[in-house]
Design a protein around this ligand. Structure first.
Ligand SMILES: [Zn+2]
Length: 430
């Protein structure tokens, strides 16, 4: 008895949120309806966006559908933003192994996002054009939302009755101390613009280059410590659904995440996007390009069951499912907001490529079964003697094996070293 009691006691320590998510998984969750809206006001013509609602994991199979929403806020010109809009998604999808089921595919996404961002940055830099861009990419697959971002185009999540959370971090030197330290450690200098007389003005920037952001795509004329490695977060919504607001800093310089979310509650997505832009302009005027995409992930009509009978087992269900018509001030929704019903599946923001690409799995990687090595970033085929392990020579090589994948081509290996400050920008090592 005693041991049984102990075990049961231990189980009681499982946080409510984990219990709930376990419960959610066992529920057969129906497919949500996804609706979106977009609005923008242009000042410099450097904001670009992408909305693609007809993507399919398995071509021709409509039940494998997912949608993609992205914002690219360019600086020093619009070339990097346009290039990223045209190429980034293809590079991300190209880095995903073929023939994966939904769960495996979602699990493989974070790595593919990193590879796609780095490949896009490399390709754009090779063109020798100046300009850079933020990139915030949101992939919605049923209830699972995966966000990858460099720069400061934020994506927030407003769950019904729950808290408003940021699904991105701002890669801004002024506010992000961790990034400031990373840039300094990789050989960049962080400081404000000095004007005549020595007075310092404006936000913190890194030098050379004078960029306020610590991560971006492009920016060939800036130090390579400005990396294109995205912060990635993946969450699974409860079947109450939620609203995503993706916007460039023209919105966020004027509105907090809270006020943006609250300004458009109750409006359908199209009107909501317009309302957020309007609210930002009212607060601050049109000082910058201002772009906003609103994505609503809406439960199917019959997904919400009637109020459960007072059975013990259904107490949890009562917590989980909001009555469809319940007003936002009801006790139920207050209790709901106290429980984080959004399940966090993945979060990683490290700027180290070796950490982000990780150890090669032995189940789904085509390279390990076919005997063909592929660069984990740019996906080019490698002869067996060409591949350099992402771990080789890194501080991680003590714990991982340098002959283990994933592998990089020589070019991507150079890029990796440069991003980590091991090779000063523009200096060739041979
Ligand atoms: Zn490569």
């Amino acid at each position: 008895m005693a041991s049984g009691e102990g075990r049961r006691g231990h189980q009681n320590l499982v946080p409510l949120a984990a219990l709930i998510s376990r419960e959610m998984r066992s529920e057969k969750m129906e497919k949500p309806t996804v609706r979106f809206g977009h609005a923008a006001q242009s000042k410099k013509g450097e904001d670009y966006f992408l909305i693609k609602t007809d993507c399919q994991r398995i071509p021709g199979n409509s039940s494998s559908a997912f949608s993609v929403y992205a914002i690219f806020d360019g600086h020093n010109g619009n070339a990097a933003a346009i290039f990223s809009r045209e190429n980034l998604l293809n590079h991300i999808l190209g880095a995903l192994p073929r023939g994966l089921g939904r769960d495996e595919w979602l699990q493989a996404l974070p790595r593919a996002l990193v590879a796609g961002f780095v490949k896009t940055d490399k390709e754009f830099q090779r063109r020798g054009e100046t300009s850079g861009t933020t990139a915030t990419v949101v992939i919605v697959d049923r209830w699972t939302v995966t966000v990858a971002s460099v720069g400061d185009s934020r994506c927030i999540l407003d769950t019904q009755g729950g808290p408003i959370t940021n699904l991105t971090v701002d890669h801004r030197l002024e506010e992000n101390i961790e990034e400031r330290e990373r840039v300094t450690a990789s050989g960049g200098e962080v400081g404000r613009l000095s004007i005549y007389g020595g007075a310092e003005i404006g936000p913190l920037r890194c030098w050379p280059g004078g960029l306020c952001l610590s991560r971006s795509i492009g920016d060939v004329d800036v130090g390579e410590f400005i990396v294109p490695i995205p912060y990635v977060k993946q969450v699974k919504l409860s079947n109450a659904g939620g609203r995503l607001i993706i916007a460039s800093d023209g919105i966020w310089d004027a509105l907090s995440s809270e006020s943006a979310a609250k300004s458009c509650r109750g409006l359908p997505a199209e009107l909501a996007a317009r309302q957020v832009v309007k609210e930002a302009l009212r607060t601050r005027g049109l000082r910058d390009d201002t772009t906003c995409i609103v994505v609503d992930i809406i439960p199917p009509d019959n997904a919400l069951p009637p109020p459960p009978p007072p059975k013990k087992k259904n107490k949890l269900r009562a917590l989980l499912f909001r009555k469809k018509s319940s007003d936002s001030t009801s006790k139920l929704s207050k209790r709901l907001s106290a429980v984080n019903i959004v399940e966090e599946l993945f979060e990683e923001g490290s700027a180290m490529l070796a950490e982000r690409l990780g150890n090669e799995g032995n189940s789904v990687e085509s390279s390990s079964t076919s005997g063909i090595f592929v660069c984990a970033v740019c996906q080019i085929d490698l002869a067996s003697h060409e591949g350099i392990s992402v771990h080789a020579g890194s501080i991680f090589s003590t714990t991982s094996k340098p002959w283990q994948g994933p592998f990089l081509c020589a070019d991507c290996r150079n890029k990796k070293d440069a991003m980590e400050g091991k090779r000063p920008s523009g200096i060739r090592v041979s």
